[in-house]
Design a protein. Structure first.
Length: 128
């Protein structure tokens, strides 16, 4: 029985020693993982800051585009027509105003029609 007790003690000691050695490896791996986590957290925070700055810049540029578009539309708009002074209307004034209105209401001539086979009329014997 003494031998059995000796073997049991040795196996317990071997288990404790191997467990302690295993803990040392786990501790080193844990420390390495913590260092990686810290580095990744710092990198994430830096990228978030860059994203926030880029979003602010994009918003600023968008407002500039809107302002320039409004200015361009205002510049392209025709100036308002001068307001004519109203005078007492006589018979002659009414007739002249009536004649002036149809001339002003005439539409502007459109582009010249394109000449081509679809718009030309064919005449003669060879046309089917």
């Amino acid at each position: 029985m003494g031998a059995m007790k000796k073997w049991m003690t040795l196996s317990v000691l071997a288990t404790i020693v191997s467990g302690a050695a295993g803990c040392d490896q786990s501790k080193a791996e844990l420390d390495s993982t913590k260092a990686q986590l810290t580095a990744m957290t710092a990198e994430r925070d830096g990228l978030k800051a860059q994203l926030d700055a880029a979003n602010q810049k994009a918003a600023s540029l968008q407002s500039q585009v809107s302002d320039l578009t409004a200015k361009l539309a205002a510049a392209a708009a025709p100036p308002p027509a001068p307001v004519a002074e109203e005078k007492p209307a006589g018979k002659e004034k009414k007739k002249k105003a009536a004649k002036a209105e149809p001339a002003a209401a005439a539409p502007a001539p459109g582009p010249a029609p394109a000449a081509g086979p679809a718009t030309e009329t064919k005449k003669g014997r060879g046309h089917f």
